[in-house]
Design a protein around this ligand. Structure first.
Ligand code: DCT
Ligand code: MG
Length: 453
């Protein structure tokens, strides 16, 4: 701490520690910097990353570049920007000068350049150029259509198709998912709110319990990490008697379809078999569970507020027991024809209701209507794999990637949403909770709310 601004040394394996020189900082008279004695591990799964953090201006800029790299299918570059952004999200204070970053991990040359530019000028030229480029805007608009990936969007862009209207007029043959994606484009691009997720959860719970009493339903994805909005709602379903969950999805889907709750669904069977799969297989096997990609028809009143059937949010699964203060019961009639009218809940969501109402009023397929489309992912897991599925499906995507990277590089283990395999001992490591998996991996337990890397 004598003459240098920052002093870095490796205290614990792989964990650099950054110590501040108070004399130099006092000279610079930068308030807030005195707190900057930070130990920052290099894997995101070793860090607490809350939803709300202190460096959104910087992380927003890096996220644009990450998104652009992903849309250009430059995965490596995308991950580098995501890692840099995740590092900034985990810092306990706002970064005000580039010198504060010296010695911190995960910040590549390119990311550092962008960060410095934003710190000095308020904006990054590269980020501004990217955001306003025709290609980026078109790729975002086209991949915003459900069922359209970066490859297809890029092909269309090269043909001069830049947005959903161009696509509609192009005469291209679209698959079923893309047709529905185009039809509900505006509303599928409206965020899904927590009250909407809770309302969907009630429907899913009814469906699952109708066909398999005793099954357990957990809200996963971003909502489990504490997000108040998401692009979809994700649920994990299991049953304590292993085997009872087999073949569950088609029955749930039939029930939902019969009740008029589904606009679209595509179900894939469970293709994971530990004996066949083998630990050497890549860990990105999210889709080997029985899984249903769907679009729900969520009833609203004519102001865009959700009306849902069910017993009210307070009865929903343990992960959702906190009753939302904006939720109350009402007696609005349900729009679908149902021979057994169900009890109903009106979910009031203020500004969001108005936005939904506006979009529904201008939707491409019809005039104002009393329901909105919502993307929902359902996943069924055998009970013995539940902890791995829960950990794998809670996210964030980067946090998951970092967990798998940590497992391979630091522990010689293979982690997936199904299992954890120890390559040195040549055996699977069982776990019935996320805490046990973190312990197997030699990591401090990070709760879902701190996995927002
Ligand atoms: N997931 C992952 N890798 C992927 C896709 C998904 O690890 N390539 C995991 C992490 C999150 C979870 O699945 C659900 O995926 P999303 O719904 O895409 O993510 P989310 O965090 O729920 O985001 P959003 O709030 O926008 O739905
Ligand atoms: Mg999600």
């Amino acid at each position: 701490l004598l003459d240098i601004v920052w002093y870095t040394e490796s205290m614990h394996a792989g964990i650099p520690v950054v110590i501040l020189d108070r004399h130099r900082l006092q000279e610079r008279e930068k308030p807030g910097l005195e707190l900057a004695v930070v130990s920052v591990p290099s894997y995101a799964c070793q860090r607490h990353t809350p939803l709300l953090h202190h460096n959104t201006i910087l992380t927003d800029a890096l996220s644009i570049l990450a998104e652009n790299a992903e849309l250009s299918e430059n995965e490596g570059r995308g991950v580098a920007f995501r890692r840099a952004a995740a590092l900034l999200k985990s810092l306990p204070q706002e970064v005000r000068g580039a010198e504060q970053l010296r010695g911190l991990p995960c910040l590549g040359e390119h990311s550092l350049r962008v960060i410095k530019e934003v710190l000095e000028d308020g904006v990054s030229h590269e980020v501004e150029t990217t955001m306003h480029s025709e290609q980026f805007k078109a790729m975002k608009a086209l991949t915003g259509i459900f069922g359209v990936g970066a490859k297809t969007a890029d092909r269309w862009f090269r043909e001069g198709i830049h947005n959903p209207s161009n696509l509609q007029r192009s005469g291209h043959t679209l698959n079923r998912a893309q047709r529905i994606g185009l039809k509900y484009y505006d509303e599928l691009n409206l965020p899904v709110t927590k009250p909407e997720a809770v309302a969907i959860g009630q429907i899913v719970e009814r469906a699952v319990h109708a066909v398999l009493p005793g099954a357990e339903i957990t809200l996963i994805g971003g909502f489990r990490r504490g997000k108040q909005t998401g692009h979809d709602v994700d649920f994990l379903i299991t049953h304590p008697d292993e085997g009872r969950e087999e073949g569950l999805m088609p029955k749930v889907v039939s029930w939902l379809e019969a009740q008029g709750f589904l606009l679209y669904q595509k179900t894939t069977g469970n293709s994971y078999l530990e004996s066949k799969e083998g630990p050497a297989r890549p860990a990105s096997n999210m889709d080997r569970f029985e899984r249903c990609f769907s679009i729900f028809r969520l009833s609203t009143d004519n102001e865009g507020r959700e009306i849902q059937t069910g017993d009210g949010p307070q009865t929903y699964s343990p992960t959702l027991t906190n009753t939302d203060p904006h939720t109350h019961s009402d007696t609005h009639p349900h729009s679908k024809t149902d021979s057994h009218p169900l009890p109903q809940t009106l979910v009031v969501v203020g500004d969001h209701a108005q936005k939904v109402s506006r979009v529904l009023g201008h939707s491409q397929c019809s005039g104002p209507r009393s329901w909105r489309a919502v993307r929902v992912d359902l996943v069924v897991s055998p009970y013995s794999q539940f902890a791995f599925a829960l950990l794998g499906w809670t996210g964030s995507k980067l946090f998951e990637r970092e967990l798998r990277r940590w497992a391979v590089h630091e522990k010689a283990m293979t982690l997936s949403s199904h299992a954890l395999y120890d390559r040195k001992r040549m055996q699977y490591l069982r776990a019935s909770s996320e805490e046990e998996i973190f312990a197997h991996l030699g990591l401090e337990y990070i709760p879902p709310c701190d996995r927002n890397a």
